[in-house]
Design a protein around this ligand. Structure first.
Ligand SMILES: [Zn+2]
Length: 103
């Protein structure tokens, strides 16, 4: 299940989209209202730079949490876990998914 990353060319905002179906429509920037442009997913490049990708994943997850999107963060981390098997991501994913299922 691919994860695509989009960036707004006007304000530079980056958004992560987990593609559940076959096609992926580019999301619209919440700030500018224009279609965002697809960029390479953090999972698709620099296969050796695990820690860099890990911190990127954790940042995206915390962005979800900042917005109060606990379920999205949990879902995102669960997906990320499949692509990037590190202890930090695994622990964060377990904790969040537990928090979500306890509700
Ligand atoms: Zn924008």
């Amino acid at each position: 299940m691919p994860i695509y990353e989009f960036r707004c060319e006007r304000c530079g905002r980056i958004r992560e989209v987990i593609v559940l179906g076959g096609t992926c429509q580019p999301p619209t920037c919440e700030q500018c209202g224009i279609a965002m442009k697809r960029i390479m997913s953090p999972f698709a490049y620099n296969p050796d730079r695990t820690s860099e990708r890990e911190s990127r994943v954790m940042k995206l997850a915390s962005d979800y949490l900042k917005d109060g999107k606990v379920k999205d963060a949990a879902r995102f981390l669960k997906k990320a876990e499949e692509h990037l098997k590190t202890d930090t991501i695994k622990r964060a994913s377990e904790a969040l998914n537990k928090a979500v299922s306890d509700k």
